[in-house]
Design a protein around this ligand. Structure first.
Ligand code: 3HC
Length: 444
């Protein structure tokens, strides 16, 4: 079966979820683009968006419409060409509306798993629960006569374990997008030892069509992305707990979040990122990873927050839920005190904590500016050299963190998870939108 035929009948499981909605969007666009090619005009394309809630599926279509409109506005020149036979479409707006309708027309939202039985390609983006993944994929296997290929978005479960438990004979590959899939350029590709060669070749072709950067990872729990992120997050928690002995937990969370965002010039501080991914999700990922390593990849604090119902993650309208931090208009304004089981506003201590951390050097640039800079090495060499000289509390915490992040990256190469340090840097820069990779000369 060639590339286009494989993409005629596709299902996304967990399509209304955070990752599933992005995967569905990108796949719908690729399928619509194939559909628009003259040689495919007689072919039918169906994309089953499978999820448990009708309401969430309605929200999904609204999300797709909005995002496809943005995509169409950016590619109006090629769309004009694609629709040149449609003489009734004159204005750009008419072409954009038609394209949005054409993309949405391919999507079949459904709460019935049975719809996935017709698929030749299945994207799996359900909860990070190995048993659930096995159950759903086994159900398709038992009822499908297509020998479908499975692209799992698991971020932690070893692919060979799914292959063996479901007896797929190599028709599965780890195809791991990063959040949000429409924005992050990375796809981490994880073939199991016996993943079929043709599945791997198709995966590369599909990733290229989506204009993604592909980094291969070995099939070891957590792969490169979460191999780094989970240890980075645990270090953040450990640092906050260490500082808490002196200044209390809430102020420590504020300080470490500020250091990891502003001082390290990252898009989000570590506690904001844990909330963004979800405290519950981070905890599941750690549970999957922990048995595979000698280290203790576990945080009792995450268990405690989870048990209190403090989970982070997103509401169905995409807005951020409270977690370690409380959000107003998407911005953190308070930190959670687990003893009081309540949030404490930053206003009550921000000024004092900022003074303790110290000023950022004049050579500092905010992440949004730094990430677009064409002279990043010069920018960061100057900034980190000035930060070191500043010798403030913020500088000391930032260097501790930067060195730890570097060591985690090198550990992933030593453990044979990543092929080389450049791959770890690419994962952090294209999956987590970092402006520089963790293996660098600034933190040697
Ligand atoms: N879908 C589509 N587009 C989105 C989006 C979404 N869900 N969320 C944000 N965007 C777009 C915005 O519309 C905006 O587009 P524009 O430039 O055309 O207006 C652009 O992204 C930037 O968004 P904002 O201006 O609102 O905010 P920021 O500049 O702060 O960027 C961010 C938001 C891209 C999320 C950035 O903060 C970021 O990259 N943060 C780090 C996220 C990260 O680390 N992700 C990886 C998590 S780990 C993971 O995914 C693995 C998992 O398996 C655990």
């Amino acid at each position: 079966m060639e590339y286009t035929n494989r993409l005629q009948n596709v299902a996304v499981l967990g399509a209304a979820g955070k990752m599933g909605s992005g995967i569905l969007l990108l796949t719908a666009v690729e399928m619509a683009n194939l559909r628009l090619k003259p040689e495919n005009k007689d072919k039918a394309f169906s994309l089953y968006a499978v999820d448990v809630s009708d309401q969430a599926l309605e929200g999904l279509i609204a999300y797709v419409r909005k995002q496809v409109t943005k995509i169409a506005e950016k590619s109006i020149v090629s769309l004009r060409k694609a629709y040149e036979d449609h003489k009734n479409l004159v204005e750009n707006g008419e072409i954009i509306d038609q394209y949005v309708d054409d993309v949405v027309a391919i999507i079949r939202p459904t709460t019935r798993m049975e719809s996935a039985y017709d698929a030749t390609l299945v994207f799996e983006a359900v909860n990070e629960n190995p048993d659930l993944k096995v159950k759903l994929l086994s159900q398709i296997e038992e009822n499908s006569s297509n020998d479908p290929w499975y692209f799992t978005n698991t971020s932690s479960v070893p692919i060979h374990s799914l292959d063996e438990r479901i007896r797929l004979g190599g028709r599965i590959i780890g195809f791991h997008f990063y959040n949000p899939p429409a924005v992050q350029k990375l796809v981490e590709l994880i073939p199991a030892k016996n993943t079929l060669k043709e599945v791997q070749e198709f995966a590369m072709q599909y990733a290229k069509a989506l204009k993604k950067i592909v980094v291969p990872s070995n099939d070891i729990a957590g792969f490169i992305g979460n191999g780094h992120f989970m240890r980075d997050a645990l270090f953040g928690i450990q640092e906050a707990e260490r500082l808490a002995e002196r200044k209390g937990f809430v102020r420590s969370v504020y300080a470490i979040n500020k250091v990891t965002q502003d001082f390290l010039v990252r898009p989000m501080g570590i506690f904001q990122l844990i909330d963004y991914v979800g405290i519950d999700v981070v905890r599941y990922i750690l549970q999957v990873m922990n048995p595979h390593f000698d280290e203790n990849l576990h945080s009792p604090l995450l268990d405690r927050l989870y048990e209190m119902g403090v989970t982070g993650g997103q509401n169905s309208d995409g807005s951020q839920k409270n977690g370690f931090l409380k959000y107003e208009k998407g911005k953190p304004v308070a930190a959670f005190d687990p003893d009081k089981q309540d949030y404490v506003s930053f206003d009550s201590f921000k000024e004092e904590e900022d003074r303790i951390l110290g000023e950022l050097p004049a050579s500092w640039s905010p992440w949004k500016k730094a990430v677009r800079s064409t002279a990043k090495d010069q920018l960061f060499s100057g900034y980190f050299s000035d930060l070191k000289k500043a010798n403030t509390t913020g500088s000391e915490l930032a260097f501790r963190y930067g060195r730890k992040s570097r060591n985690i990256a090198l550990q992933l190469v030593e453990q044979g998870v990543a092929h080389n340090k450049e791959d770890v840097n690419t994962v952090l820069m294209t999956g987590f939108f970092h402006a520089y990779g963790p293996v660098n000369k600034y933190f040697e």
